[in-house]
Structure formats: C-alpha cells, structure tokens
Design a binder for this molecule. Structure first.
Ligand SMILES: [Zn+2]
Length: 200
C-alpha cells in the first residue's frame, strides 16, 4: 500500500471518527459523566485509529525484504526499537510480536489447540536493552552461548518466538508451522521459531 493510500485511508478514518464523536457528544450527558478520566476520549480515539490502521495494513499484505531478509518497514525502526503500534499481543499473554507474526502465531495456537496440542510461549519481542541483558547472562551464540549479538536478534524484530513445546507439540510444529509462516531455524534451539512474512 502506497503512502498516499495510507494517508487518504487515515484521513477517511479520522473524518468518520469525528462524525461518530459528534453524534455521541449530542447523545447523552450521563454517559460522559460515567467516564473515569477526561483524557479517556483522546486515548480511545488514538487507539481506535491505531487499530483501524493496523487491521487494514496486515491482512493479505505482502512485504518487501531488505538484503538481510528483514521487512523494510521494520528495518526502518531498528532492531529492538519497534514501536508499540507495530506490535500485537499474542493471545492474552504478556507477549508481543510484529503484528503479522502475532496474527500467524495466534491462528497457529488456536488451530493446534483444536487438535489437542498445547503451544506455550516463553519469549517473544525483545527490546534492545533486554538483548544486552540476555547476552550478559547467557553468553553470545557465536561463543557457544544462547544469545544473539545485541541489535541482531530475530527477537529484536518481533519476528521470532520461543515456544514451550512438549514432544507432541514439537512434532506438530515441524509438520504444520510452515503454513502459518513459522520455521525452526536455529541449530541447538528447537524452541526458537522465526516468522517469514509473505513477500511480493
Ligand atoms: Zn529465540
């Protein structure tokens, strides 16, 4: 989607939101009084806009990757510096991933569950500061440890998740994960799964 289309889409959403707010304002005073904070309306407008844009931007979208295989829109933010509005929550956990990856993971977890397979999550998006901390605690992968060099981790792009898998779930993942965009791509780490977005 070009920037002009995104801008016109945002303008369209904004004008609809304003129309809705105007209607609502005329509606009833009691509803206003039950609102807890005066800032709530501004916040909910921002959230609604953010969600509307997020929803229209990921479904069926394909991505341009840079030479390192990172979607260019993520590369622009920087590893471990992904803004909250580009991330999405996984289920009702505290975990977040880049929105398209979170959507794939949510679908995968739900489908697995229907087949009696439980997929747990132990790690997901990892901000830069956490990568530094992890490298200090677990050592660099290049030196036999378990952490990527800070600023290079797939977790820093919100494109990798570490899963809690029993042997049944591990087998299920190896047979099915690819359908949801996930692959097991690090030797010695059967829990680490990377999301590969659809490309144009
Ligand atoms: Zn990992």
């Amino acid at each position: 989607m070009g920037i002009e289309r995104i801008n016109s889409r945002i303008a369209d959403i904004q004008s609809r939101m304003i129309a809705m707010q105007t209607q609502q304002a005329g509606r009833n005073v009691q509803a206003q009084q039950t609102k807890s904070a005066s800032g709530a309306e501004g916040g909910s407008f921002a959230n609604a806009l953010e969600n509307a844009v997020a929803q229209t931007s990921t479904a069926g979208k394909s991505y341009t990757l840079n030479s390192k295989g990172i979607p260019t829109e993520l590369a622009a933010y920087g590893n471990g510096k992904i803004p909250a509005n580009a991330l999405e929550q996984v289920g009702n956990t505290r975990h977040k991933l880049w929105a398209p990856a979170a959507e794939g993971l949510n679908r995968m977890i739900n489908d697995a569950k229907r087949e009696g397979v439980t997929i747990g999550i132990t790690d997901s998006y990892r901000p830069y500061e956490e990568q530094v901390d992890l490298a200090r605690r677990k050592g660099l992968y290049s030196q036999g440890g378990l952490a990527a060099k800070p600023g290079t981790s797939e977790h820093g792009w919100g494109m990798a998740t570490d899963l809690d898998l029993n042997s049944k779930a591990q087998t299920w993942m190896r047979a099915n994960a690819e359908k949801y965009g996930f692959s097991e791509n690090v030797p010695r780490e059967p829990w680490h799964w990377e999301f590969k977005p659809p490309t144009a």
